[in-house]
Design a protein around this ligand. Structure first.
Ligand SMILES: NC(=O)c1ccc[n+]([C@@H]2O[C@H](COP(=O)([O-])OP(=O)(O)OC[C@H]3O[C@@H](n4cnc5c(N)ncnc54)[C@H](OP(=O)(O)O)[C@@H]3O)[C@@H](O)[C@H]2O)c1
Length: 291
């Protein structure tokens, strides 16, 4: 067991997809800094295990969990409501949970799964918690939203008319588009948050040997083999941890980071019209009216 360094004591952090990989290391590190950490998971067993692991490793008593399948908007709504029941502040939201699907699948609402899980879940959860995040920023001077994207966003354009991939489906293309959507969303969100004490940034963790792409029998062996060249989850989580906690980025917003440095994202990601149109479509698909 290591000792808590107290730099985030008093802060409340929610990390989605914290039961594995990059999210788990991020949650662990923030607990290590003294934050109250809410682990999001979809399996009770894995969430309970993660909470006990973090408590054991860090000595923290302020680790909690919430459950939701993020491919269900009802479950996201229930989780956001439960979070607000339990906590009166949210200093850092890390939207991290994501996956790739080589075969086309649909979410509970009948939306193409990659877009629903990797983008719409970030969009819906953030907007449901945004009043609390803004209030936290006002009361305590700052609050942060950190979105985990990917270098896979370079290349694809966002084709909003084809977001449901009704024609030929490509898992990698759908993944790349969803990760581009993370960046378009972050830039639009950061603009909308101007004048508040809330920042929104987005990142690429690097190629990381995690549970990623192991949900598929075709990609599983390739991922296992290529993991020799990959970063460990501890290395891959560094940029998430940096954006969630470092004073250096306290006032930085609307930026894309890799290796804890602001970088240029793809040309397509800076298209303000696409950012705006994605926001409109996401609002429609999640039924949010008050944003
Ligand atoms: N690994 C890489 O090389 C890489 C590169 C670039 C970007 N990324 C991004 O990094 C983020 C984290 O991925 P990772 O590499 O840490 O992968 P991972 O080890 O597979 O972890 C993904 C996390 O997301 C959760 N999750 C997946 N589907 C979910 C659903 N329907 N509802 C709720 N939770 C769900 C998983 O829960 P379970 O534990 O229950 O499965 C797990 O906690 C993702 O956004 C990914 O796109 C990864």
């Amino acid at each position: 067991m290591t000792t808590i360094d107290n730099s985030m004591t008093g802060k409340v952090v929610l990390v989605t997809g914290a039961t594995n990989g990059i999210g788990r290391v991020t949650a662990m590190a923030l607990a290590q800094m003294g934050a109250t950490v809410v682990v999001h998971g979809r399996s009770q067993e894995k969430a309970e295990y993660t909470v006990s692991l973090i408590k054991e490793e860090t000595g923290s008593n302020t680790v909690d969990y919430l459950l939701a399948d993020l491919a269900s908007q009802d479950e996201i709504r229930a989780m956001a409501a439960e979070f607000k029941q339990r906590y009166d502040r949210l200093d850092v939201l890390v939207n991290n949970a994501g996956a790739i699907f080589l075969k086309r699948k649909e979410s509970a609402e009948g939306i193409e799964m990659t877009f629903a899980l990797n983008h719409l879940a970030y969009f819906l959860l953030t907007n449901l918690l945004l009043d609390l995040i803004i209030q936290t920023g006002e009361q305590y001077g700052e609050a942060r939203i950190v979105n985990v994207s990917s270098g896979a966003h370079y290349g694809p354009q966002i084709v909003l008319d084809d977001i449901q991939s009704p024609g030929i489906y490509s898992g990698w293309l759908a993944y790349g588009q969803s990760k581009l959507a993370n960046i378009l969303f972050t830039y639009e969100l950061a603009r909308r948050l101007q004048g508040t004490n809330v920042t929104a940034n987005v990142l690429h963790p690097g190629f990381v040997a995690s549970g990623f792409a192991k949900n598929n029998p075709i990609t599983r062996p390739a991922m296992a083999l290529s993991s020799i060249f990959a970063l460990s989850p501890e290395e891959g989580a560094q940029t998430s941890i940096y954006l969630a906690s470092s004073d250096e980025v306290k006032s930085v917003t609307g930026q894309y980071f890799y290796k804890s440095k602001a970088r240029k994202s793809s040309a397509a990601s800076y298209d303000e019209e696409a950012q705006h149109e994605l926001w409109k479509l996401s609002k429609k698909l999640t039924g949010l009216t008050n944003i």
